[in-house]
Design a protein around this ligand. Sequence first.
Ligand code: ANZ
Ligand code: ZN
Length: 827
Amino acid sequence: EERYNFKDIEPKWQQDWKANSLFSVTEDQKDQENKYYCLEMFPYPSGNLHMGHVRNYSIGDVVARFKTMTGKNVLHPMGWDAFGLPAENAAIKHGVHPSKWTTENIANMRSQLQSMGLSYDWDREVATCYPDYYHFTQWMFLHLYNKELAYKKHAAVNWCPSCATVLANEQVVNGACERCETTVEKKDLDQWFFKITQYADRLLEDLDKLPGWPDKVKTMQHNWIGKSTGAEIVFKAEKTGDEIKVFTTRHDTVFGVTYMVLAPEHPLVKKLTIGTEYEKQVTEFTAKVTAMDNFTRTATDMEKEGVFTGAFAINPLSGEKIPIWIANYVLMDYGTGAVMGVPAHDQRDLDFARKYQLSVRIVINPEGEELPDGSELTKAYAAAGNLVNSEQFNGLPHTEAQEKIASYLEAKGIGSKQVNFRLRDWLISRQRYWGAPIPILYCDECGTVPVPEKDLPVLLPTDVEFRPNGEPPLNTSAEFLHTTCPECGGKARRETDTMDTFVCSSWYFLRFTDPKNSEVPFATDKANYWMNVDQYIGGVEHAILHLMYARFFTKVLYDSKLVAYDEPFANLLTQGMVLKDGTKMSKSKGNVVSPEEIIERYGADTARLFILFAAPPERDLEWSDQGVEGCYRFLNRVWRLVYSYHGQMDGLDGGVAINSGADKELWRLLHATIKKATEDIGERFNFNTAISAIMELVNGTYNYREQVKDEENSALLKAVLTQLVVMLAPFAPHATEELWRSLGNKESIHAQPWPEYDPEALVRDEVNIVVQINGKVRDRVDIATDLDREGMIEAVMQLDRVQKWLEGKQIIKTIAVPNKLVNIVVK
Ligand code: ANZ
Ligand code: ZN
């Protein structure tokens, strides 16, 4: 067609690619080196694609198509992270079953993705909520359980009274539920945990194996793991003789301890205060503090508050007697839940000491300096120095003192070196319906019994109440709840918690390597062929949890020799946000541009091209209607150019003869474009600059035609147009396919090799430039290419022909445009 009619073209090629299984892949075990696994974070099926998805998947699609064209065997799959709260909330609100809601959303979003023309191998599609998938999520649970990496623990958990569910720490934002903003309470429940802390060291150290990850993501993971090295020191309660262990990173300051603080939840608090005059104030304070979440308690601007317990402890090094307090800033679940207060060298302790008139003792002086008396200190001294007031350790530099004091503690049996992590075990229990049931049974005789592998999957029942006042929905299905014990045949009750959806997404990249396997989660040889993921692409919001959990699972499976890689994602790209009017596009801000609308109006190729052209992938992208318009006009311009030759290019596949300067220039531009696009896409993912180079080639081709008029070099033009559409194919796959066929090709453009440039074509030794005098063209001369402005003027001035024009005149000004012209202004 003369006109660029995306409405016909796009669905036509989508069907053609599907009918020809263009994007289906299988392992080629003989050539493992040549595989490439490109993965975008799979979406939650919320119902509709948003621009963030469009961006994520457009980026991935260019990578996948480009790698395919460079000869790689590319795995590029897509699926659905389909369990989770919104489906259940929809069930509660609209009475529609979560499974129906989710399946319908998947169908809708799948067709939206398909309308974008993404190169997925749809035969590998998975959804975490389908029994054939969660079968193996349950398998993973059992695998961890058998390795003693899953355990149940009575724990105080964050409880959202409105969602009637337990929240992970990271789902609590400023003390409120992430979803409904209700104030979070504490509640004691039996919970399942995964022992991710056992992998803390490896999760930290192996970050060094990931040069292809953004530093900011590695830093976030690093801080989340939060390794600190220090010592544990055993103090003793003066009256009761109970041991009180503290964790400190500054055991060199142990002679500066002037008080001790326990977390209000510390088990000794009751014992120390029971029946004393302090009991009341301690109980009241404890009640107040435990109602707060850890985030609020430790926020730097949180006022530090505490109360005295009436008890004292003995410093095991100095023998000194120090008061024991409880305070809001000491947490029970870090270190030992007890802290030695060193106000002279810790600002938090100093604030606390000054507030409650506790004494301050300096034990570290800066080199060659003396701090004021402790009572006058307003700023804690936390930097390097030498020990004072520390008996036999006086005079030592503080790092050396740390070593000596640690050895002393160990020798006396009153302490030891200690490493602590901020990372906590992963709480995976959810008192929710729409998740993978935890495959555990409770039998009166046999206790906790794992469901035998052959009995998986434990299916979700359909006859449940979705809002049963606090108890888990699975508790309301009698059929689900009551079963028989596989060990003794007696009565047993099923676990009614389901798994955190992060469990489902911690292994999906492995399932994609063998998505239909009904015996095991994946066959090791297939996983080993495709893994690890060569390029992972997704939002930075997953920088901590999802990536940490996926790394943890991979390491566990690696240790079990089920996969040969201990890191799942070799390279990670975190794409920027899509902004409109300077802020994030979001429903709540009412500034959403719907992908459907854009595709309807301009076609998928324009939408893709705009989103890739507007900014490099890692930067935020500002939506612009004019930008979209511009990309649409560009595709039309390409269309008119290429389509004007349809049916005329047959039999022009021989060599290209360069007949004129204009030929040579176009030939050079073509190869320069190939070089730039290849490097920009392949090495840097700078899709925007690759696209602008292709745009320049289009302009250059139009200029060429204008310049040579009827003397077109058809073989040259065929070469240029062919490679032009091939290079544009990863960005605008439908229009380029149509144009490619119009040039007489029978096979899909997406099966073509990526063009290679000829370095010789890039050489342009001499360039013909215009010489102007006072703006009038007086001559054309050949000078060396790529001279800078000064060099050009110098070269032109040397020419006798030019000197003639200048005879008897005074030069006022010279202007040079590189490789184009020199203008001399004279009087
Ligand atoms: C004495 C001391 C003196 C400390 C000094 C610091 C500076 P990181 O690096 O985060 O591991 N601490 C220990 N357990 C705590 C808990 N459960 N709640 C609140 N604070 C706790 O921090 C370790 C330091 O945090 C420890 O070292 C302890 O204070 C405090 F000049 O001990 B320090
Ligand atoms: Zn039993």
